[in-house]
Design a protein around this ligand. Structure first.
Ligand code: FE2
Ligand code: FE2
Length: 191
């Protein structure tokens, strides 16, 4: 295993969680649907907790969180762009459009977040000793939430788009009925 790249992933994971806090904060300015608002408020709190969990992992592994890697700056740039996109939509268009931009921004941010944790899990499985223990413990706290963040947000994004197209939408989306690991009714099973 390439230790340097393991460290790089953790730096990017920290930046992703921090960017996630900004993305959810901006998304909550754009949201119109009350159920989605409640969900995003919950995900914002979970993301704040994830930031602390990554910081604790870095501390245990002796990684300085003050350090910045070039890859981390790329993740920051993408996060800032997502926030800017939401601000642009809020200023320039109807509120329904801003809500769709917020959904897409959350899905993009959560895609990276989900990937990070999937990879952290992979590393944990192939490691031994303290590294394995530290990463496994972190994954146990975070991974189910990341599955839900991505899966549910993708559902909201699709159904709110469908509603905006003037077609019958399932709101809250069918994804809300299953758990993220074993999905409930598939999107194709709409009534
Ligand atoms: Fe997260
Ligand atoms: Fe997340």
């Amino acid at each position: 295993m390439k230790n340097e790249q393991v460290a790089e992933l953790l730096y990017q994971a920290l930046e992703t969680e921090r960017g996630g806090i900004e993305v959810y904060t901006a998304a909550l300015e754009c949201v119109l649907n009350d159920d989605l608002k409640k969900e995003w408020q919950e995900y914002l709190e979970q993301t704040r907790n994830h930031e602390q969990i990554v910081l604790a992992v870095m501390d245990k592994l002796g990684l300085d969180p003050q350090m910045e890697t070039p890859g981390q700056l790329v993740v920051r740039q993408i996060g800032e762009s997502l926030v800017e996109a939401m601000e642009m939509a809020l200023e320039g268009g109807p509120p329904e459009a801003a809500q769709l931009v917020a959904c897409e921004s959350v899905v993009q941010a959560e895609t990276k977040d989900h990937l990070n944790w999937e990879l952290i899990h992979e590393i944990a499985e192939k490691s031994k000793g303290e590294l394995r223990q530290t990463l496994m413990a972190a994954c146990e706290q975070v991974e189910d939430e990341e599955d839900e963040h991505l899966y549910h947000s993708t559902g909201w994004c699709r159904e709110l788009w469908i509603e905006s197209l003037g077609m019958p939408a399932v709101l809250p989306p069918p994804e809300e009925e299953g758990d993220a690991v074993s999905p409930g009714p598939t999107p194709g099973s709409r009534a």
